[in-house]
Design a protein around this ligand. Structure first.
Ligand SMILES: [Zn+2]
Length: 501
């Protein structure tokens, strides 16, 4: 499960997916004997043994990328091979490889300079100024007037009439992200935040040390999202912070005399023009990452072209300051659920439709693996996805607590939820709660981009969420087994002649 704030940067570019129509369906196991055989293979003890490996200290929290994660991927692959799955990516031996670009700042090509009348000021990157976040670094050149916008918010911003200009503002109350959004909405081209007086706040090179380092060493950015439907790029306007001494020089040029940092120009006053040029350089061609994908072909000549995706992320957040974040619930539980279902399918034999089991990486970094797959999915020739069941964090909280999204209160509600609700009763989950507030927080939202109905099963966050205490001994393996049985029942249920979800 990804942190909510990590998603904010991408939220604006999500493209809408079609809403499936819902037709109620009755329980109809297509093959009761096979289903019983499959369910009988699922045991809490076997799930426990998988989970204790996946969430072991030796895998070091399965960060994307890391040696521990690559070992986990090979463990999952070995299981698929042993169970008789076909590789879910032709020629790739069960590993769906994707590349995430790395970007690095080209410091020689990145400059910031102001001009006011005869006064020219050029600011040294990393000393006099810094980008606010690594997302601010793009290939771009902006040379435009700069106007004083006070707080940078509300009435101050409005009075500055910032359209087509930079705004300069104080580093005061309210978040910088809010200033940036407000400026962008008002048509501004960029935001220059003036650091408060000298001595009251850390110098730029200390305050932004992490950003400066990551941009110099090469920060990692996920696979690009498709542009919004209207084709308009939705990149944010750049935001830069100017050191107090440089800010004073800029204000003095406007005042026409030396002033101190308290000097307050009139709202909308021009501070001359500001030119930003920033350039990216490639860093070693990017990172090679892996999803693990197995294909379970259907038996029906026609229906086998319809593929039900079963997904869970196998990555977690790694090791920080020598402390392993084991991610037993997040998402050792979902990873183990899929292993149990894979084994159940090996006993069931082929369903009428095909099943694609995928463990994705990079979920914690921003849904990278699922986005990469959804952008360039692999299916056998002539086949297509028809649904996704996604599992993330299903091993904690009360034994009968399980949440689902999209519920009937959600605009993406579909028949998968109804099927999950009905079959869950048989596995000790009498009433599924709502996970609608987590709809954008895991990989199903990327699979939904394939234009298919999705359903997400989740047993809610807890005090150990993204903490070192998310350990395997705290996992309710009986509960995970019941989730695996529920998913197996759902797959069996999805074998009617016509899927009406
Ligand atoms: Zn997580």
């Amino acid at each position: 499960m990804i942190h909510a704030f990590a998603l904010l940067a991408f939220a604006a570019t999500l493209s809408p997916t079609p809403t499936p129509t819902f037709a109620p369906s009755q329980p109809r196991p297509s093959n009761p004997a096979a289903l019983e055989r499959a369910l009988a293979t699922i045991s809490a003890d076997e799930i426990r043994s998988d989970l204790f490996f996946i969430a072991s200290d030796e895998l070091a929290g399965r960060d994307t990328p890391s040696p521990g994660q690559r070992i986990a991927a090979r463990f999952l692959r070995a299981r698929l091979q042993r169970l008789g799955f076909e590789p879910g990516d032709e020629g790739k031996d069960f590993l769906y490889e994707y590349t995430v670009p790395r970007k690095r700042i080209d410091e020689a090509g990145t400059t910031l300079a102001a001009k006011h009348g005869e006064t020219q000021l050029s600011f040294a990157y990393g000393k006099d100024w810094s980008f606010y976040t690594s997302q601010d670094l793009e290939d771009r050149a902006i040379d435009a007037p700069i106007v004083w916008a006070g707080s940078g918010l509300d009435a101050d911003l409005e009075a500055a009439k910032p359209s087509g200009k930079w705004i300069a503002c104080r580093d005061g109350k309210g978040s910088t992200g809010k200033r940036r959004r407000a400026a962008q909405e008002a048509g501004a081209l960029g935001v220059l935040v003036l650091q408060e007086r000298k001595g009251t706040i850390a110098p730029v090179d200390e305050r932004f040390a992490d950003i400066l380092r990551s941009l110099r060493e090469g920060s990692i950015s996920g696979p690009a999202r498709e542009p919004a439907k209207d084709g308009a790029p939705r990149a944010s306007v750049p935001c830069a912070f100017l050191a107090a001494s440089s800010a004073t020089a800029l204000l003095s040029a406007q005042a026409g005399k030396p002033v101190d940092a308290d000097y307050e120009p009139a709202l909308g006053a021009e501070l001359g023009s500001l030119a930003l040029s920033s350039k990216l350089a490639d860093k070693n061609g990017g990172l090679e990452l892996e999803n693990v994908v197995g294909f379970w072909p259907g038996s029906d000549p026609e229906l086998a072209k319809e593929v039900v995706i079963l997904s869970a992320h196998y990555d977690h957040v790694g090791t920080r300051r020598d402390v392993v974040y084991n991610g037993a619930d997040d998402n050792g539980s979902g990873t183990s659920t899929l292993l149990a279902v894979a084994e159940a399918l090996s006993q069931y034999g082929p369903l009428r439709r095909s099943v694609l089991i995928i463990w994705v990486s990079g979920e914690e970094k921003g849904l990278w693996g699922s986005r990469a797959f959804a952008s360039a999915p692999w299916f056998p020739s002539g086949a297509r996805a028809v649904a996704d069941i996604n599992i993330d964090m299903v091993g904690r909280n009360a034994p009968d607590k399980l949440l689902v999204t999209p519920t009937d209160k959600h605009e993406k509600f579909n028949g998968l939820t109804r099927i999950a609700e009905r079959l869950a009763v048989e596995e000790g989950f009498p009433k599924l709660g709502s996970a609608d507030s987590f709809y954008s927080r895991s990989d199903h939202i990327e699979f939904a981009r394939l234009g298919i109905p999705i359903v997400f099963l989740f047993s809610d966050v807890h005090d150990d969420y993204h903490q070192p205490g998310d350990d395997p001994e705290k996992i309710d393996c009986d509960k995970v087994a019941r989730v695996a049985r529920l998913v197996t029942r759902m797959l069996d249920e999805l074998q009617g002649d016509k899927l009406e979800l």
